[in-house]
Design a protein around this ligand. Structure first.
Ligand code: NAD
Length: 304
């Protein structure tokens, strides 16, 4: 880590954090708890206040946040947001130090990550794509799975910092590989939620005690992290995000497009992508992805 060290705290690189949303806020706070100095920038003032209250420094622009940083972490919604914060005169690449390491933890298209790594190399900035899985709870508890794409040496340099954010941290291959694995993750999660939602409606219509049923199901082969994390959402019809349908819609677009490019068929994934899209058009895009239950309820005759 010596090539990333901050002179005021040799053991820890100085960190800039761009994007302090549902995930970025608790993740950046975990870095602060681990002893990193974090300077952040995001679009909402209340999130900047939250960072300052946690012991970080709120910046007024991306340029100000990144200018002295050894490591820059980004956690914004989608490819256009990553491009907006990375490129242009006010962006990361123009304003970061040569030699800085940019760790993009947003879930975006693999091609955007590949292009970013190429553009950053011209500026002497190293890049890792490092999207995560584990949801808001995983971010808060610092137990995320982090799937990384990029160079081994950069992964090794970032690993101590990533260890403060997650539990399962794996270099999956060259630039973009982390995003490809994340796309597969989102396919599995969406299909799993859909199966759980269909089971919930079937069980309730059959008159079975739902809580008892989900408890016993979760102890067998049908059990899953999805069921563990989302059981209460189903039981209480609590769809406060969490992970928004809007973001999962974006991810289903990424995985279906990437699969088409390599000639992989995703028949069930394609159907679930349509169900996610239909929830959005019905005004449920801001709800947690466990709201796939609402789509199944509507298809089963419920008036919602
Ligand atoms: P969010 O919408 O809660 O937060 C995004 C943040 O990005 C906001 O605070 C916004 O201000 C900031 N931002 C956007 N444009 C910006 C700009 N130009 N300059 C500075 N800041 C900007 O989203 P989230 O739920 O935290 O998700 C972030 C990423 O993580 C997404 O790619 C998502 O798919 C992924 N992800 C989310 C979860 C989850 O459970 N929420 C889980 C795993 C992965």
């Amino acid at each position: 880590m010596s090539n990333l060290a901050d002179s005021s705290h040799p053991a820890r690189p100085a960190v800039a954090w761009i994007g302090l949303g549902i995930m970025g806020s608790p993740m950046s706070e975990n870095l602060i708890k681990a002893g990193y100095s974090v300077t952040g920038f995001t679009l909402e003032q209340d999130k900047l206040d939250r960072l300052a209250a946690a012991g970080g420094t709120a910046a007024t622009s991306i340029a100000e946040a990144v200018k002295d940083a050894d490591v820059i972490v980004t956690m914004v919604p989608a490819s256009p947001h990553v491009e907006a914060i990375a490129y242009g005169p006010d962006g990361i690449l123009e304003n970061a130090k040569s030699g800085a390491l940019l760790v993009d933890m947003s879930s975006i298209t693999p091609q955007t990550s590949v292009d970013l790594a190429k553009a950053a190399k011209d500026k002497g900035i190293r890049v890792l794509d490092a999207p995560v899985s584990g949801g808001e709870a995983g971010a808060v508890e610092a137990v995320l799975s982090i799937m990384v794409g990029g160079e081994q040496a950069d992964f090794d340099a970032a690993k101590p910092l990533l260890d403060a954010l997650g539990k399962t941290i794996v270099l999956c291959g060259p630039h973009g590989s982390g995003q490809t694995v994340k796309a597969a993750n989102q396919l599995i999660v969406a299909v799993n939620i859909q199966a759980c939602a269909e089971a919930v409606v079937f069980l309730e219509k059959s008159g079975v005690d739902l809580k008892a049923a989900l408890d016993v199901l979760n102890g067998g082969l049908a059990g899953s992290t999805v069921l563990t994390r989302k059981k209460d959402n189903f039981l209480n019809r609590d769809f406060k995000p969490g992970f928004r349908i809007d973001l999962h819609h974006k991810d289903m677009g990424i995985v279906t497009d990437a699969a088409r490019n390599v000639g992989a068929a995703l028949p069930v994934g394609a159907v679930v992508a349509q169900l996610v899209a239909s929830l959005r058009t019905q005004g449920d895009g801001g709800l947690d992805h466990s709201a796939l239950l609402r789509a199944v309820e509507r298809l089963s005759g419920a008036q919602l």
